[in-house]
Write a protein that binds this ligand. Structure first.
Ligand code: SF4
Length: 396
């Protein structure tokens, strides 16, 4: 697991570097270099080919990209002045590679940090089924009204996921994924506002018998849910082996009692809060993340890869899968403030048109047109939590 995202400032420098030369080569053609090529291709930077030190496999082309030895470049018409190299190799090879290139009078190199080499590859790599995490809103609205919610739940209409629609979608995914998925997250909004939650849990378990199922909740309704007319939710959680992920807030809620209840029903419960040190007092405070939107949609082509939601918070909504929740749920932002985002078919992938799981996993590793509305580089990660005053300033 890579804990961090690619460093945007280094990416800016790399893009500046690439724009100065006509022929850009990536040194090496193993997995990390191929993921770098894929990323650059998505951003519109054209790579002339890979360069390798020796033709061990006598391979001339990999996935349509030509492979050269350094001494072959000039004879293929790549002039030395106009040729530059991106070095994204393991550090131990740098000296040898540099000696070779400098001996041939090449002068233009960009050294990629270990951090960006690893994180770019991680973000660009399609997930295997066992590492695929999917989230779905069981209810779009919430009972807590947090500021800056990235599902826009404090702005959402009362909206419950349609059970029949979910049954169709989860069955289709189960077919495409051969019943294998790493994690399924049932969330919201606040999922416990949907009193059919038990049915959603049961059908998820039916179609994904071995998947880890998480229920994300603010916990406000957990204690009452023992006595629901629709059935005791705690028993349902236990019987379907669902783990509860409870986000803690600075509100009055009997967290100890919830822990006792979880122990009584043998339900696995994790309680967490996003916290940060207050700079002045040193006291730990619950925080929110501010995700500023660019309402004009003029963000660059390359910073999307530094978005922590990209290829991470993969979202199912009305038969389509999106690389993040902002794309489908931002309709609530539009409605609340009369702003408008242009969406298109290519912002998500239809699970009924996708021919295979692999097509979906590949799709969510690509920048989508909607990314132009996200000002990723100006996100703020430690804004002190408070309730929302429902103004557009929480999102711009
Ligand atoms: S639209 Fe793109 S940049 Fe914005 S949150 Fe989603 S993945 Fe990230």
């Amino acid at each position: 697991m890579v804990p961090d995202q690619p460093d945007t400032k280094e990416l800016d420098r790399m893009f500046c570097f690439c724009q100065q030369y006509t022929h850009i080569f990536i040194y090496g053609c193993e997995e990390k270099q191929r993921m770098l090529w894929k990323y650059l291709e998505i951003t519109g930077i054209r790579i002339a080919g890979y360069v390798i030190s020796q033709r061990i496999h006598r391979e001339m082309v990999r996935e349509g990209i030509p492979i050269y030895l350094p001494e072959e470049l000039e004879s293929h018409g790549f002039s030395k002045d106009e040729t530059a190299f991106l070095l994204a190799l393991p550090g131990a090879y740098y000296n040898d590679v540099l000696c070779t290139l400098q001996r041939l009078d090449y002068e233009h190199f960009f050294y990629m940090s270990e951090h960006n080499k690893n994180t770019i590859a991680y973000k660009m790599r399609p997930r295997i089924r066992e590492q695929f995490w999917l989230e779905v809103n069981i209810a779009d609205h919430c009972n807590l009204n947090c500021q800056m919610c990235d599902h826009y739940s404090q702005l959402a209409d009362v909206h419950f996921l349609d059970f029949d629609e979910y049954c169709r979608d989860i069955e289709r995914l189960s077919y495409l994924m051969d019943q294998t998925m790493g994690i399924m997250k049932l969330q919201g909004g606040e999922p416990l506002l949907n009193r059919q939650l038990g049915k959603f849990i049961e059908v998820t378990r039916k179609f994904f018998p071995h998947t880890r199922i998480f229920l994300f909740t603010n916990g406000l309704l957990l204690l009452q849910s023992e006595k629901w007319e629709e059935g005791n939710l705690w028993e349902c959680l236990y019987e379907n082996n669902v783990e509860v992920e409870l986000t803690m807030y600075p509100i009055s809620l009997d967290y100890e009692k919830i822990q006792e209840k979880a122990a009584q029903y043998q339900v696995k419960l994790s309680m967490f809060k996003e916290i940060a040190d207050d700079q002045n007092t040193g006291i730990l405070k619950k925080t929110s993340v501010k995700h500023p939107h660019d309402l004009k949609g003029e963000q660059d082509m390359h910073s999307f890869i530094s978005c922590y939601q990209f290829n991470e918070s993969i979202t199912l909504r009305h038969g389509k899968i999106y690389t993040c929740p902002m794309i489908p749920y931002s309709e609530y932002l539009e409605k609340a403030f009369s702003v408008s985002f242009e969406r298109c078919k290519d912002d998500g992938i239809d699970i009924y048109e996708a021919k295979s799981y692999e097509e979906i996993a590949e799709f969510v590793t690509h920048r989508v047109p909607f990314c132009r509305y996200c000002n990723v580089r100006n996100r703020q990660f430690a804004v002190e939590w408070k309730q929302s005053d429902r103004t557009l300033s929480e999102y711009v």
